[in-house]
Every structure is written in C-alpha cells, then in structure tokens.
Design a binder for this molecule. Structure first.
Ligand code: FMN
Length: 208
C-alpha cells in the first residue's frame, strides 16, 4: 500500500492526487452572462446531484486569488448553461479554457455558434450535443484555496436529434462525451462500454 496523510501534502500535490484519482470526470462547458457579454469555460469538477428537481454542480477554483469570470458572472446573472463536452467539440472547448482577460468572448475565439436559451439569459452553444439551462441554487465556498461550488437547477434540456427518445432514455453513445483524466492533456472516450444489470435481492450473494 502507498499511504499518504493529506495534512502532510501541499495543495498542489493534493490537486495531483485528486485529478489523477477521481477519473474519468465528465466535462461541463459552462456559458454565463456578465456585463461584458457571454463567457464560456470548461469544468471537470462536475457532476449530477439529483433529480427532484434536476440538479447539478461544478466547482471553480480561484485564479491568482480572484474569482474566475464564470463565478463573477453567475453572481451578476444567477443563471448558466451547462454543455456536455463531446468528441466533436473538444478542441473548441480547449480554446475556452485559455486564460483570456475578463471580457474576451471565448465563444467567438473558439468558433462556436451561439443561440438564445429558452428560460435563462446566458446563450447556449449550437454545436454542443446537450445543453442544460440552469438557474443558480447556491454557491458554496469551501476550502482554503478556495473553491466555489456552484449548484444549479436544470430548467430546460436541449438535445441534438437522435440522442433522447420519447421515453426519456438518453443514448450516451450518441452524445459521445469525452472525460477528463489527469495531467496536461489526458482525456478519454466511452468507446469501450459494457452492461452490468443490477442484482435483484433474491439472487444476491447470501440470499436464501
Ligand atoms: C478539461 C478542463 C477542465 C477544467 N476543469 C476545471 C475545474 O473543474 N475547475 C476550475 O476551476 N477550472 C477548471 N479548468 C480551468 C478553467 O476552464 C479555466 O481556468 C478557464 O479559463 C476559466 O474561465 P473563466 O475565467 O472564463 O471562468 C478546466 C480546464 C479544462 C481544459
């Protein structure tokens, strides 16, 4: 076993442990709206939280002691759109992660097409296979760095054709998401999938 006492490790090394250990992580490409216009940035500290209502979260670290544009914008306009990053839009997503100064429209730089959202003010990205319009529920600040954990309620779902059926089953293969691994450029696809049905209690190990 390798054992590591977190209290003896710098935040930089704890970061390496976290991003290398919790993999693969889905990537949210988040659009927000500020005084200087729309903004887009990817976040892989991201996941679903619950379904009544549909809720999700992503977590934003500070940049040089200041809140990133995404958090600054959400404080101003408490709405955002989460796009699932697919293989088709991964390179454009990467442009949105460049540390442009506040006010630069990453969506334009990346070559994305923006469309109006239905229920929130920030625009959505046409090329993204899935766009989830969200209203802010809560921003929780945690940790010493600190991180701003943004919780949102999904109020409107957009899917490209052929992804969701009329029984609300979503074809993950049709989304073709990429996941974040560790390091400077580590990503993965979901091209090696398998099924493992849940075990009913009556046939579970130890059942009589
Ligand atoms: C795939 C990927 C995942 C990222 N995940 C996070 C994350 O979870 N939290 C974070 O604070 N920054 C993350 N970043 C870095 C931000 O995207 C980057 O700092 C961005 O410029 C912030 O933009 P903003 O200032 O417009 O909000 C990630 C970058 C990439 C490429």
């Amino acid at each position: 076993m390798t054992e590591i006492d977190a209290s003896q490790v710098s935040w930089q090394d704890q970061y390496k442990l976290m991003v290398g250990t919790v993999t693969p992580r889905p990537i949210a490409l988040v659009t927000t709206l500020g005084a200087d216009g729309p903004n887009a940035a990817p976040f892989s500290f991201f996941n679903a939280v619950g379904s009544d209502p549909a809720m999700l979260m992503f977590s934003v670290g500070d940049r040089s002691g200041k809140a990133k544009d995404t958090v600054r914008n959400i404080r101003e306009t408490p709405e955002f759109v989460v796009h699932i990053v697919s293989d088709a839009i991964k390179d454009k997503m990467n442009v949105c992660a460049v540390d442009y100064p506040f006010g630069v429209n990453e969506l334009e730089r990346a070559g994305f097409t923006i469309l109006p959202s239905r229920k929130v003010k920030p625009p959505r990205i046409a090329e993204a296979p899935v766009a989830l319009e969200c209203k802010l529920m809560q921003i929780v600040e945690m940790g010493r760095k600190p991180y701003h954990v943004v919780f949102g309620e999904v109020v409107y779902f957009h899917y490209h054709d052929g992804i969701v059926n009329d029984r609300f089953h979503v074809d993950a293969g049709a989304i073709n998401p990429v996941g974040r691994l560790a390091g400077k450029g580590g990503y993965c696809r979901i091209t090696d999938r398998f099924e493992m049905p849940r075990i009913p209690l009556e046939s579970a190990p130890g059942a009589k």
